[in-house]
Design a protein around this ligand. Structure first.
Ligand SMILES: [Zn+2]
Length: 141
């Protein structure tokens, strides 16, 4: 398994269920032992119990248009939004998107090379971002 970009990966010990954060040095290793018990985090055959989450949260700004911004905190997202749009706080609404919706929240975007409208998910946008905070997408009505 390659190290996923912009994702935080947690492994669970098969025996005591302790959480271990995946680091580059054990990604792809086999037979990795738990530091709390005699169990395996990664079995000798490579089996894992894994939980993956993005390293950022997604916030939806609505000022008549919708803007999805990925950032570590709400404050960071607002700074990013204001740097781009500089709008009064009473001119837009703001909500955090629940993680469960990252896979299914389909947003329209323009393909960079062809200019055609494509449908993508927040999770894919996060995995393609080079740095955060980042404006993932905007929808214009
Ligand atoms: Zn353990």
């Amino acid at each position: 398994m390659s190290f996923p970009k912009n994702m935080s990966v947690t492994y669970f010990c098969w025996t005591c269920k302790k959480e271990h954060v995946l680091t580059e040095d054990i990604a792809g290793s086999l037979g990795v032992k738990c530091d709390s018990c005699d169990g395996y985090i990664i079995t000798p055959s490579g089996r894992v119990q894994v939980h993956m989450r993005p390293v950022v949260s997604v916030f939806l700004f609505n000022d008549g248009e919708k803007h999805w911004i990925a950032a570590k905190t709400l404050e960071e997202a607002e700074r990013c939004f204001n740097a781009e749009y500089n709008e009064d706080r009473n001119k837009y609404t703001l909500e955090e998107i629940p993680y469960e919706q990252y896979h299914v929240c389909n947003i329209r975007d323009k393909d960079a090379s062809s200019g055609k409208e494509i449908t993508t998910s927040l999770l894919l946008c996060i995995q393609q971002a080079d740095s955060f905070p980042a404006l993932l997408a905007s929808t214009v009505y």
